[in-house]
Every structure is written in C-alpha cells, then in structure tokens.
Design a protein around this ligand. Structure first.
Ligand SMILES: Cc1cc2nc3c(=O)[nH]c(=O)nc-3n(C[C@H](O)[C@H](O)[C@H](O)COP(=O)(O)OP(=O)(O)OC[C@H]3O[C@@H](n4cnc5c(N)ncnc54)[C@H](O)[C@@H]3O)c2cc1C
Ligand code: SF4
Length: 330
C-alpha cells in the first residue's frame, strides 16, 4: 500500500476545493469498505483521501412533500432498517439489506455503494494491466468470465456491482452532485457510464464532484416494488444477477412499469422492452415468462457465463409475478 495523506474537510465547499486542487491525486473516502481494498491491492493509489465522514449534512434522511432525500453518507444498515424508506420503497430496503455483511453495511454508505469500483478479478489484481487500468487487453475475453457481462459490453466486460443502484433506477431516483458551479441534479441512470463512452471510469462524476444526496420520488397510486438477487454463495456475495422492479397497477391495468437488471452489464441495465411490454397491459393478461425473455433480448454471453441469460430471464419473471400478486390497495 502506497503511503497517503488524509484530509478532513469541515464543509462541502472545503471538500470540493481539496479534491479539485489535488485532482487525480485525491479520492473521496466515505465508509472506506471499497476504496481501502483497492488501495491494499494497489489497484488504486491516491496520494490523498478526502474524508467526508464529518459532513453532517450528508447524513440525513428527509421525508419531503414529493420525495425522500437520503444523504450520501447514510449507511446501508440505516437504510435497511428505516421504516419510512421500507414503507415507500421496499426495493431499496431489500437491496440495502442484501449487500455484503452486517459489518460492511454498518460502515458502507449509499454514496460509496453507487460509486464503488468493479469487482472484475483482473481489474482487482495487480498482476493484470487490463484495458480499464490503461493497458491494451481485456483478459476476461479469453480468460475467466463466469461473472462478467452478457449485455452492453464494449471492449471491457465488467458488470456493475452495486445492489442499491439497480433498485434506485427502478424507483426512478435522482442524485444531487456538488461540484463546479454548485449543486446539480441528474437521474441516477445518468450517473453511470459504460466502457464504450469511458473505459476508465464507471461514473460521469468529474474532478471535485461529490455525490451529496439521492432523491426518490414518492410512489404513485397502486405502486409496488421489489429487489431480487441471485447469489452463488448465500451467506454474502455480489449478485450473479439481480432485478429491481417497480409497478403501478390501477383498475387491473399496469399503469407504470420499470424493470432493471444488475450483474449483467457494465451499468445497471434498464430492460426497456420488458418494461414497455408491461406498461398498459391488463395485469391478468401479463405473461411473466415472456416479459423475462424480453428482458434479456440481445444478450451476448461469453464462454463461461451463458447461465446468466436464463437466470436473468427467470428472475425477471419471478419479480413480475410477485409484483402482480402483491395485495396492495389500488
Ligand atoms: C467483502 C465485501 C462484500 C461486498 N459485497 C457487496 C454486495 O453484495 N453488494 C454491493 O452492492 N456492494 C458490496 N460491496 C461493496 C462496497 O464496499 C459496499 O457496498 C459499500 O457500500 C461501499 O461504501 P463505502 O462508503 O465503504 O465506500 P468507499 O470505499 O468509501 O468509497 C467507494 C468509492 O466511491 C467513492 N465515493 C464514496 N462516496 C462518494 C461520494 N459521496 N461522492 C463521490 N464519490 C464517492 C470513493 O472515492 C470510492 O472510489 C462489498 C464489499 C466488500 C469488501
Ligand atoms: S472486463 Fe474490464 S476490468 Fe475486467 S479485464 Fe476486461 S477490461 Fe479489465
């Protein structure tokens, strides 16, 4: 591990200045469960960590008139046990409680979960200078690719590792970012960038940008949501495949639907054809199996991950059936 300096800003503005002045030498330190692993493995060697733990304004959960705003330093444990979040956004509760172990959830934050780096074993190993680290080869193509992408890959075949990102996209969340020019808000889907656009990063955050808050619109009438995660090791593991689903059912008709897949693509994958097939359909006419098949349309599995196509299709079908069966008031 390369020696590093740790800075403790007392305001958001100060944190931004520290990050922009040190540019690529500096990284944000939130709970540290991901970045310290990277530093220990020399995948990343920032000369300076800007510790945002002392910024109290990033630790609040606010129930506003039309949205719930969750600070980026709120821990995953707190999200998992917050009754207000669970009442409105069960998918987020389920995603947060599916992450890792209680110890990691106790320190791991929502911002860190969204901005964590990929788990590809070649990327994490100092022995492989792959495309994502500025090299010229993707070792997963001819190597071990059991956990890699089946959709949306472009030279690099990582899957996005965040559980909460999948749920938040299904819930149509937005994120607030503090950076040059102050605060801006973007849909959570625009936080992520695939390797076709930027192979070195997984987010659209620029120098000095700090994710401050996630805002989730309050659900409409007849709303229901779910997060399902298939894991290889049941005690704790990253998703082989996960599904975030949101639906509004009114008078027996699916008025709104969003299906998002995790563990299959370099970014959380919005299954457009599956979502479109649900929207406007009579709930009693929905064929969940067909929706599952639509969700993986265009999949291009690698040599060892063909199993993900069927797994994803079946998990979507299960999510759709469960959502339609939920006995909620319309
Ligand atoms: C054993 C193990 C198992 C895990 N299992 C899972 C799992 O099942 N599912 C899952 O989703 N994750 C998993 N993780 C990944 C991850 O560590 C946690 O999910 C956690 O939420 C990361 O949050 P953190 O606060 O510790 O992030 P940190 O390690 O502090 O930061 C992670 C990255 O995000 C950046 N960052 C942090 N906060 C911000 C911010 N506010 N604005 C901009 N950038 C920011 C940091 O610079 C860093 O690059 C696992 C990790 C470990 C070690
Ligand atoms: S999938 Fe991406 S991170 Fe993994 S070896 Fe290939 S280029 Fe590197």
């Amino acid at each position: 591990m390369t020696p590093f300096e740790i800075l403790n800003p007392s305001t958001l503005g100060e944190a931004y200045s520290m990050l922009s002045e040190r540019d690529e030498e500096a990284s944000i330190f939130a709970g540290g469960t991901d970045i310290l692993g990277e530093m220990k493995q020399d995948t990343s060697s920032p000369a300076c960590l800007v510790n945002i733990a002392s910024l109290e304004e990033l630790r609040s959960v606010e129930q506003r008139a039309r949205e719930t705003a969750i600070g980026s330093m709120v821990t995953l444990s707190r999200i998992a046990r917050d009754p207000g979040i669970n009442a409105r956004f069960p998918a987020l509760t389920q995603a947060a409680e599916s992450v890792a172990t209680p110890q990691i959830r106790n320190v791991g934050t929502l911002g860190g979960n969204l901005c964590q780096r990929p788990r590809c074993w070649y990327y994490r190993s100092p022995a492989f200078d792959c495309l994502k680290k500025g090299g010229d080869t993707c070792f997963a193509v001819d190597g071990g690719n059991k956990y890699h992408a089946i959709l949306g890959a472009d030279r690099c075949h990582i899957v996005h590792p965040s559980d909460t990102a999948v749920a938040l996209m299904a819930l149509d969340a937005q994120v607030d970012i503090f950076g040059e020019g102050g605060l801006r808000r973007i849909p959570v889907s625009e936080l992520f960038v695939g390797p076709g656009e930027d192979i070195l990063s997984e987010t659209t955050l620029g120098t000095g940008d700090i994710l401050t808050r996630v805002a989730i619109p309050h659900p409409g009438l007849g709303a229901r949501s779910i997060y399902l995660k298939a894991k290889e090791r049941q005690a704790y593991d990253f998703a082989l495949v996960s599904v975030g689903g949101y639906m509004e059912v009114m008078d027996g008709v699916v008025a709104e639907a969003r299906i998002v897949l995790g563990g299959v693509a370099p970014v959380p994958y919005f299954a457009r054809a599956a979502s479109d097939a649900l929207r406007g359909a009579r709930a009693s006419d929905v064929d969940a199996k067909v929706v599952g098949q639509l969700a993986v349309e265009g999949a291009e599995p690698m040599s060892e991950n063909g199993y993900k196509v069927r797994l994803a299709s079946n998990l979507v079908a299960r999510a759709v059936r469960t959502l339609l069966d939920m006995p909620l008031d319309e």
